[in-house]
Design a binder for this molecule. Structure first.
Ligand SMILES: Cc1ncc(COP(=O)(O)O)c(C=O)c1O
Length: 381
């Protein structure tokens, strides 16, 4: 078994989550829209999960719309608020592809897409958002925390700027949820995306939290489920798992954050000692579980392969992008040069990681970097 250091890609389902889900895959199989007892049982399970997910982000349960995941939540936020006639959307250049691609699709429908560049630490300065807002801007989308660097944005300050101009504010909080405190009501955002599988819940379920004054158009029409905002018979077991995971994440937030931050400090102390190694975003507030770094002259893909062979599962950044040869768009937007961006490696911890695993990983990293450097020297000789 590999040492798993890729929790921003996905996390294992917690045993308590699995246990909560099981009845809804078996004996409690009713359709929540049915009026009979099995249907009512499924309905109350979905509604309890709605409360649990709402509590994780301090929202009212009626604001939670269950979706098939973070990707659908982001698509719903962008497409559901941008009807006709076209206007402009302002999004950060470091968004996940599930925001960037819908924005590109809007561009083909006549919308103007204003990309906001981060500072070299990966932060979106409020002044940069302010500059990007125009009378045509109808929606702002800026993520709460980045999946690659872990850099946390000042969502309250950014939302205040959008609100002051009567512009809708969406935040992709898929990575932030369960890792930092989120307060939907106090943050000033109108829309917030969440995903279960990043917080020890099952894959294929997420939510869009929607402010009551937002007039949202559904992407999927049909039987009127989710208050008409997302039709289709609910993924009851998945939703129950999401609820259980949200409850666990809320209760364990502080201890998990302290645990992963201690692991990060331990790893970074070792990384700082390695020549030519740069950790990205260290000047900004970051998620305690994420380290994104590059080593001069070392190809990240080769190093990842060596680490994988040595039994360590890390990543080159976004899981969805790791099949692509392109360097991280997040690092490029931060002004990191292409060569360095190609070398980038992301390590993201979870509750199950231990200090011993971090030490073993740091040893393996040192060893593999030395081997690759010796090989490069031999090739150039
Ligand atoms: C920041 C961010 N947004 C959205 C998503 C997509 O979520 P899902 O995998 O639930 O579709 C991810 C997953 O990698 C993510 O990291």
């Amino acid at each position: 078994m590999s040492v798993y250091l890729d929790h921003n890609a996905t996390t294992p389902v917690d045993p308590t989550v699995w246990e909560a889900m099981q009845p809804y895959l078996r004996e409690a199989f009713g359709n929540p829209s049915s009026r009979h007892a099995p249907g009512r049982q499924a309905r109350s399970a979905v509604e309890l999960a709605r409360e649990q997910v709402a509590a994780l982000v301090t929202a009212h349960r009626a604001r939670v719309v269950f979706t098939s995941g973070g990707t659908e939540a982001n698509n719903l936020a962008l497409f559901g608020t941008t009807g006709y006639p076209p206007g402009a959307v302002a999004i950060s250049a470091i968004e996940h592809s599930s925001v960037l691609e819908p924005a590109q699709a809007l561009a083909t429908r006549g919308w103007r897409v204003d990309l906001i560049t981060p500072d070299p630490q990966g932060r979106i300065p409020p002044a940069a958002l302010d500059d990007a807002l125009t009378p045509e801007t109808r929606l702002v989308s800026i993520m709460a925390a980045n999946n690659e660097t872990g850099v946390i944005q000042d969502i309250r300050a950014l939302a205040a700027l959008a609100r002051a101009r009567d512009i809708l504010m969406h935040t992709d909080a898929v990575q932030a949820a369960g890792k930092i405190e989120l307060d939907f009501a106090a943050s000033g955002v109108h829309l917030m995306s969440l995903s279960a599988h990043k917080i020890n819940g099952p894959k294929g379920v997420g939510a869009l939290v929607v402010h009551k004054r937002v007039d949202l158009e559904p992407l999927i029409c049909g039987g009127g489920q989710e208050a008409g905002l997302r039709a289709g018979t609910e993924n009851v077991a998945g939703i129950v798992g999401f609820g259980a995971a949200a409850e666990l994440a809320r209760r364990a937030l502080e201890t998990r954050a302290a645990h992963t931050a201690a692991l990060r400090a331990r790893l970074e102390a070792r990384l700082h000692a390695l020549a030519g190694l740069e950790i990205f975003g260290t000047g900004a507030a970051r998620l305690g579980n994420t380290v994104f770094f590059a080593v001069s002259g070392i190809d990240g893909a080769t190093l990842l392969l060596k680490l994988d062979q040595a039994g360590f599962a890390a990543s080159s950044g976004s899981a969805c992008a790791s099949e692509r040869p392109d360097p991280s768009h997040v690092l490029l937007a931060m002004g990191v040069d292409r060569e360095r961006a190609y070398g980038a490696i992301r390590v993201s911890f979870g509750a199950g990681n231990t200090a011993e695993q971090i030490d073993l990983f740091a040893d393996a990293l040192e060893r593999e970097i030395a081997v690759l450097r010796r090989m490069a020297l031999r090739e150039s000789a």
